[in-house]
Write a protein that binds this ligand. Structure first.
Ligand code: SAH
Length: 367
């Protein structure tokens, strides 16, 4: 990009400093912040309460929006996927998931992903680059504007999950910056308590997050309870094996608020990690570390060329029962948006066509 300042990533005090460098009074900064973050306007020309000459100067030196929407897909279950491009042409994907009580937006922290989890389609992109705080915030603006209308108040508040493309804890500074901007009551006003960040297990950053005030909730992707199998499925395990990971979780546990639990995510792969014995190994691992937590079982979302199939409903149920019999709180997550490549682990900048829509919904119906 040219030298234009990307304004969506600025906090309100930073916005005020920015307009002051332009020789404008502080209240113009507050006005601009509210226009971009509260009304979610994406161009200076729409901010008609600013003087015309100021809008012209802003157009020269700053950007109100940088992501371009390339395509949008709507699933049979109402889930929407937005495929966007950064100013330097890289894919960014965001998913809007309508839910009964509160809608959820699943955003990306990176374009592509450097981790090579064998069950995840995003891994096939490799890391293109980490996203800026502004690019993270913009994803939420785009999804909210599309779902409810530009600037329209969200009907029931919104939950955010950093579970799209990328490893959020490898982009922690920009992620936390984005969360601070979004928490501002004069802006989006989505507080960290409404946000869950999912990690493949970057141990030092889990410890950093534990020290962060106003931190989001944390979810850990396990996928296997033994060192050997986890090495195979999630190569990051070679750097931080389960024992190190669970020790970091134990430190994190001390920062949990009353009623809050750490979440462990476990993708269910047919014949790979879904046996009764593996359920007992998982329960033993979690019980040995005695962490206030719950387990979310995620049925695998298949996609060509991933070499796995989802576990059957009966197997998932058996696995859940074994965990529960050992005192582990367990939930089965319902896949959303599978037919449009919007479900967990399916974000790989796919341009969905009608034929693969049908194909993938058949895959979904077969299990
Ligand atoms: N890198 C982060 C966040 C992105 S993945 C992490 O690993 O946690 C979000 C969740 O989707 C993770 O729990 C991951 O294990 C799961 N996932 C990845 N690929 C999947 C697939 N094909 N089917 C189901 N879940 C998948």
């Amino acid at each position: 990009m040219d030298n234009a300042v990307q304004l969506t990533g600025l906090s309100q005090p930073e916005m005020i400093s920015f307009v002051e460098t332009m020789g404008e009074p502080a209240y113009r900064g507050r006005q601009l912040f509210a226009a971009l973050q509260h009304r979610r306007l994406r161009s200076f020309d729409e901010i008609t309460d600013l003087p015309k000459d100021l809008r012209a100067r802003l157009n020269e030196m700053a950007k109100a929006a940088t992501l371009k929407i390339e395509s949008q897909y709507t699933s049979g279950d109402g889930t929407r996927r937005y495929l966007m491009k950064t100013h330097d042409g890289l894919p960014v994907e965001t998913v809007f998931i309508p839910e009964e009580r509160r809608d959820t937006i699943c955003f990306s922290s990176q374009s592509g992903c450097p981790l090579q989890c064998t069950f995840c389609l995003t891994a096939q992109l490799g890391l293109l680059r980490s996203l800026t705080a502004g690019e993270i915030v913009e994803q939420i603006h785009i999804a909210l504007n599309n779902a409810y209308g530009t600037g329209v108040k969200t009907p029931r508040g919104t939950n955010l999950v950093a579970m799209g493309a990328g490893e959020p804890l490898l982009n922690l500074d920009q992620l936390l910056k984005a969360l601070r901007v979004m928490a501002d009551p004069q802006g989006l006003h989505i507080v960290p308590n409404r946000v869950t960040v999912s990690t493949a297990g970057v141990v030092p950053r889990i410890l950093d997050l534990a020290k962060t005030s106003d931190r989001p909730h944390l979810a850990i992707s396990l996928a296997a309870a033994t060192d050997e199998l986890r090495n195979e499925l999630m190569p990051i395990n070679k750097r931080w094996p389960p024992e190190d990971l669970l020790s970091a979780c134990k430190v994190f546990e001390k920062t949990l608020k009353p009623g809050e639990r750490l979440t462990f995510e476990y993708v269910m792969l047919d014949g790979v990690n879904d046996s009764d014995e593996q359920a007992r190994q998982l329960a033993n691992l979690l019980n040995r570390h005695d962490i206030r937590s719950k387990v979310n079982l995620i049925p695998h979302n298949p996609a060509d060329p991933l070499p796995y199939r989802p576990s059957s409903d009966q197997t998932v149920e058996r696995f859940k029962n074994i965990l529960e019999s050992k005192g582990i709180h367990t939930y089965v997550r319902r896949p959303r948006g599978r037919d449009i490549f919007a479900a967990c682990g399916q974000l790989a900048a796919r341009q969905t066509t009608l034929s693969n829509r049908i194909e993938s919904s058949l895959v979904g119906a077969n299990n």
